[in-house]
Design a protein around this ligand. Sequence first.
Ligand code: ATP
Length: 223
Amino acid sequence: KSSRREQSGGGKHSLSTASHLRRIGVMGGTFDPIHYGHLLAAEEAYFSLGLSEVLFVPTGLPPHKNRQQVSLAEDRYTMTLLATVDNPHFKISRLEIDREGTSHTVDTLREMRHWYPAGSVTFYFITGLDAVLDIHNWKEPEEIVSLCKIVAVSRPGYNPHRLEDLPPSIRRAVIPLEIPHLAISSTEIRRRVGQGRSIRYLTPWPVEHYIYKKALYHRRNGW
Ligand code: ATP
């Protein structure tokens, strides 16, 4: 119960009466590690769409990645916490981390809907353009767009005009959001750590320190 209360709000932007719609941003990701690309996307969505808060949801085991490829959920959760803790309108949820097995967006949204009184919340699922263009590979895309709006943030290398290729029923739920482009990816950060190169200014320094302290991304091949 207490965790539900914690996740569902009380911040300065939250609205107290049921007649007001809360607009909750949901930023899902593997966050292996979290970096400034993720944080900027969430911050831009928060202000551009007038959101009440942004809830970061690190995935358990993502459907498209296998267990050997992904760092421990607890490490990814801790790094996400370290990166978001100084922002009063960012929150973080253990929902997917604590769930056994593969995480699907549709199941997460279905569960989160029950945290709030019926009809009192609109979810804005914030995700990169690259992921939105791949939405036909997600579980139950039609159901997803009935549960949330999808905020497609621009990402270097992906053409926003390709959104027009989406089926109309999906396209209607997508809000394109142009953000300053940061060509940062978790893959690149892992690769740099493996090569002994600097990752300073790609991710907040507490995350950088955590990576070194826990010796993440060092002993793996292919990164
Ligand atoms: P990886 O390199 O391991 O695939 P990633 O950097 O893409 O990871 P994820 O945790 O998979 O990070 O991404 C979570 C979400 O954030 C995705 O929707 C992704 O499109 C988006 N995202 C990641 N990096 C950026 C960026 N630099 N700019 C905008 N969106 C981004």
